[in-house]
Design a protein around this ligand. Structure first.
Ligand code: NAD
Length: 519
């Protein structure tokens, strides 16, 4: 249809040439890239390396050293030393303005090397440029927001209260000390920024564990941090597998607080592990996002918008729309328009002009998605767009076609996060029925309502159980508003990107003071 609606399209690739500086970084003079501990590149005591590949071509980008238990211990020691200094000059003692200055110096260097960081996200992370550009912008946006928060939220002594005769009490807020960020592969640079900046600005030293599929951006940021002049040990990066490097982080009692983003199963496992030695943990995990489309919506326009959100990073965004509940009055037109959108997504290599649906990150993920597609049919979903493996001429990556199914109330064909351009559409008889079905899931990350009646949309959105509820938009995230999950999608604490996120990187003690008793 030749209307303005045709402009609503999936995020799309511009052609991207790998910059020479990225290639040099990856080649590292013929040596595997080390972890970054205490201001040094560390090969690791296990002599183990792994390859990180471009998921769209399977070209090896770099060899990376895997960090084991000994390196986790070494990083904790380095971070503890950086935190405490000689008692007066540790990272915890830096005035907030000096912390902000170093963070913003790092941001300037990231701006200078933007093309290298884009190459990390496009080639290591498998993203189209339109999304990668937005992700790299988050480095500055996140740093500026948390510098502002850090200047406004004081640490140290709170106001004093008279709590009893001759006794006063006050709060004392301080950084945890050594914290860790365990990061998934789908938004490596965004999540490294989201964890690193509030943690550092609150006075903590951090250990970052990037996902084994996407270690490059965190390692490059560590290199920039060194150039920016961060004291050794304030930022440490430990690449490696979850069950090895991640597990050693979860088991280390010297780490006081862990921020985790990833799948619910892994999050629950880490929580059980670190709880044994009293390490606090915050989890941001997967979802099975719902969209409710009311009867007054224009089916063609909303199908395009929902298609765009469902395909963001090829459906590998945590709050992606996987379940749509549409009023039965407009369901046929809506399903037809969504079919058209899904069928016309341009499948291709993520660094080639025009690609809208690139490869998934690894073979495990590819088999997971294909299995979910066949299980959806086995459970009663009627294929509208059939899915299956895809071929991209000249490329060997993990390509999968999008999948769309029609379903009906009572058919449980889409119970789990699939993490691809995959959705079920269920016609419903009322908004109330849509709401009940949307909420019938243990997940609770993101959901949306689509209607011309914004007030009705807001009233319904408030009844969704998700941590982020939206009206006529879906994947919106803004600094100042918490982004977190309910149910198995997250918790505890305030989610990310708000003032409480900063507070979560601190602990508060109550201090009571009484005069010494008279003899
Ligand atoms: P994952 O849970 O498999 O891995 C996440 C991280 O945990 C990786 O760094 C991994 O190496 C590590 N890990 C794995 N096992 C571990 C263990 N035993 N101990 C310690 N660490 C371990 O997740 P993934 O496949 O990398 O990412 C996709 C998932 O992340 C999806 O469920 C997605 O929805 C979720 N996600 C959520 C958000 C959010 O903000 N809620 C954002 C992005 C991604």
């Amino acid at each position: 249809m030749a209307t303005a609606h045709a402009n609503i399209q999936a995020l799309t690739a511009a052609r991207f040439e790998m910059p020479a500086k990225f290639t040099q970084f990856c080649e590292n003079g013929g040596q595997p890239l080390g972890g970054y501990i205490g201001g040094q590149s560390v090969p690791g005591s296990m002599n183990a390396t792994f390859e990180t590949v471009d998921p769209g071509s399977l070209d090896v980008l770099a060899r990376v050293c895997e960090m084991g238990e000994a390196e986790v211990d070494r990083a904790v020691t380095a971070a503890q030393a950086a935190f405490a200094g000689n008692g007066v000059n540790g990272w915890r003692d830096f005035p907030v303005d000096e912390r902000c200055e170093l963070v913003m110096k790092l941001v300037e260097l990231a701006d200078r090397d933007r093309d290298v960081l884009l190459a990390c996200e496009i080639h290591d992370g498998g993203k189209v440029s339109e999304l990668a550009e937005g992700d790299v912008d988050q480095i500055r946006a996140c740093a500026e927001y948390f510098c502002d928060v850090a200047r406004r939220i004081p640490l140290g002594d709170g106001p004093s209260l008279d709590v009893a005769d001759g006794v006063r009490g006050f709060t004392y807020r301080e950084p945890w000390g050594v914290v860790a960020g365990i990061i998934p592969w789908n938004y490596p640079i965004v999540l490294t920024s989201w964890f690193m900046f509030p943690a550092l600005l609150a006075g903590n030293c951090i250990i970052i564990k990037p996902a084994e599929d996407t270690p490059l951006s965190a390692l490059y940021l560590a290199k920039l941090a060194e150039e920016a002049g961060f004291p050794p040990g304030v930022i440490n990066v430990l690449p490696g597998r979850g069950e090895l490097t991640g597990q050693a982080i979860a088991e280390h009692p010297g780490i006081r607080y862990i921020s985790f983003t990833g799948s619910p199963g892994v999050g629950q496992h880490i929580l059980r592990t670190c709880d044994r030695h009293g390490t606090r943990m915050k989890r941001e995990m997967g979802g099975n996002g719902a969209a409710i489309v009311l009867d007054d919506a224009d089916p063609e326009v909303v199908a395009r918008m929902i298609g765009r959100h469902a395909n963001q990073h090829f459906g590998q965004t945590c709050c992606t729309i996987h379940r749509v509940f549409v009023d039965q009055k407009i369901a046929d037109d809506f399903i037809d328009a969504e079919r058209h959108f899904f069928e016309n997504l341009k499948i291709g290599y993520q660094a080639e002009e025009g690609t809208q649906l690139g490869a998934v990150i690894n073979p495990t993920q590819m088999s997971r998605v294909l299995k979910a597609q066949s299980e959806t049919v086995a459970r009663g979903g009627q294929p509208v767009v059939a899915g299956g493996p895809a071929e991209v001429p000249g490329k060997k990556g993990f390509y999968v076609k999008p999948a769309l199914y029609r379903t009906q109330p009572g058919v449980q064909c889409n119970p789990q996060e699939v993490f691809h351009t995959f959705a079920t559409i269920c016609p419903v008889s009322s908004a109330e029925q849509a709401l009940e079905l949307a909420n019938s899931t243990p997940y609770g990350l993101g959901a949306s309502v689509w209607t011309k009646d914004v007030d009705r949309g807001i009233a319904l959105a408030k009844q969704l159980r998700d941590g982020t509820c939206q009206v006529n938009c879906h994947n919106s995230i803004a600094y100042g508003l918490p982004y977190g999950g309910q149910g198995i999608s997250g918790g505890p604490g305030a989610g990310v990107n708000c003032e409480d996120t900063f507070r979560d990187y601190t602990q508060v003690k109550a201090v009571y003071v009484s005069e010494y008793p008279e003899a």
